[in-house]
Design a protein around this ligand. Structure first.
Ligand SMILES: Nc1ncnc2c1ncn2[C@@H]1O[C@H](COP(=O)(O)OP(=O)(O)O)[C@@H](O)[C@H]1O
Ligand SMILES: [Mg+2]
Length: 303
């Protein structure tokens, strides 16, 4: 099986020598799993960071194979899939933790929530999924927490005392202050999906299902932020974000002020990450200002 060049480059860029080894073994590895699970693996979907391909089992059942190079990410995805079993989450059928390979039910027709043009309808579908996914966090978990996120921003603030790329040091300090405050206030931490944007919600029969959980332990307000920041049009972004927030607050009984402050502080953190990774994006950067404005409108001070 030939893997797309861009996927190979991405893996080498992120995982260096580990990627060389993984890619070298890849063909044999997949052949072994075809045997072990009685599969025939087909051409992959559009690949970004992991290998994901449709496959057919001997009994003609349609499934999906996902091979994840990062051991940590694989374990986290597995943990969330197991904990959110029976909800709006894709079903896990088999897995091999040592090799980082899992078998999932195939969602059909499988197009994403980005296909739904009506903003209100899409946000209500996403709300419904979130409501079904969230569970209280367990004490023994390997999953990233909102404290880890705070620490990530703390590290950036320490390393870049004069600002980072286009992000001023004042902005970083304010976002860090907001992070600390929000984290201190959490009473009952939840296990969240951690990456629930439009492209990780797929149509399945007459309903919708979530795929690709990263996992995050924190407050429910944090889990709507990926959705708010993604799949935005070129114009009227502020109005769209406002509309989405209104629906999430109403449907999920969230605290609007927390959503706004989570939006602001996460937009700062994730923009810093894009600068670190060398893929800074102007449009994404712009969402910081949008959240600052929304905060001000609601009487919240953020610079
Ligand atoms: N269970 C599934 N059923 C149908 N298609 C899927 C399924 N899982 C993944 N896909 C397809 O594969 C793509 C990549 O899968 P995803 O798990 O999001 O990978 P990554 O971790 O690289 O983001 C998805 O956008 C979707 O098109
Ligand atoms: Mg994905």
């Amino acid at each position: 099986m030939r893997l797309p060049d861009r996927f190979i480059q991405t893996l080498k860029h992120i995982h260096k020598e580990r990627a060389e080894e993984w890619l070298c073994n890849f063909g044999n590895q997949m052949a072994l799993f075809e045997q072990k699970w009685g599969l025939s693996i087909h051409e992959p979907f559009d690949l970004s960071f992991n290998f994901v391909a449709p496959a057919t089992r001997k009994n003609r059942e349609e499934v999906v194979v996902k091979a994840v190079l990062s051991d940590k990410e694989f374990r986290r995805e597995l943990e969330v899939l197991k904990r959110m079993k029976g909800s709006g989450m894709v079903k896990l059928l088999e897995y091999d933790q040592d090799q980082g390979v899992m078998l999932l039910e195939r969602l059909r027709p499988g197009y994403t929530l980005a296909e739904v043009e009506d903003e209100e309808e899409a946000a209500r579908i996403a709300s419904h999924i979130m409501k079904s996914l969230w569970v209280t966090a367990s004490h023994h978990s390997d999953i990233e927490t909102v404290m880890d996120r705070e620490n990530s921003l703390k590290r950036i603030a320490r390393q870049h005392t004069h600002g980072f790329g286009p992000i001023s040091s004042e902005l970083i300090c304010t976002a860090l202050k907001v992070f600390k405050q929000l984290n201190r206030e959490i009473q009952e931490p939840y296990l969240l999906h951690g990456d629930l944007h439009h492209y990780n919600i797929l149509k399945n029969g007459h309903s919708w299902m979530a795929i690709d959980p990263k996992g995050l332990i924190g407050d429910r307000e944090y889990d709507v932020i990926q959705y708010l920041l993604n799949n935005l049009p070129e114009t009227n972004q502020k109005e769209i974000i406002e509309k989405r927030i209104h629906i999430f607050v109403e449907e999920l009984d969230l605290v609007k002020e927390r959503v706004l402050l989570r939006g602001f502080s996460h937009a700062v953190l994730s923009t810093c990450w894009t600068v670190e990774d060398g893929n800074f994006n102007e449009k994404f950067f712009g969402t910081i200002e949008i959240f600052q404005e929304l905060c001000r409108q609601s009487g919240l001070e953020v610079i």
